[in-house]
Design a binder for this molecule. Sequence first.
Ligand code: RP5
Length: 168
Amino acid sequence: MSKPLVSIVMGSDSDLDIMREAAKALDGFGIVYEVDVTSAHRSPDRTADYARKAASRGVRVIIAGAGGAAHLAGVIAAHTTLPVIGVPIPSTSLNGLDSLLATVQMPAGIPVATVAIGKPGATNAGILAAQILGLSNATLAKKLEDYKETLANGVEEKSKKLKITLGT
Ligand code: RP5
């Protein structure tokens, strides 16, 4: 098994249902990834250590999901120069708006590429990681082009079905 190029981390195992979507997207492009739990607040030392060592282990992109006062992606970004993609998890009574603001509102100098709240965001995090890796991998770049074509074909199909259903 080759070394993981993408690392998916989450603040708690309760985030897994959503973060699984990032893994599914990476699976679709045949990208090797690792999955782990680490918390910015509950295990700050472990989180810093993980972030500092990720690049030397061969990881090229980090996807970090957290909910509530979601500081995980930002703290990881503070400890690495790898691109960090943040996924806001809707795990509190605020339905992810809290996580979105905590993840996206980074100070200048420490970027986190923040995607949408929840499953669509996790899916896009996986695709964005693939796009970053695709910049230096022609095979992967071709898979991404094919994926876009599949999406467009899906809309064509829906258009045809809709017209048949409505008889227009
Ligand atoms: C965050 O708190 C986690 O990312 C999770 O979304 C939320 C709740 O965690 P648990 O109490 O379920 O462990 O840090």
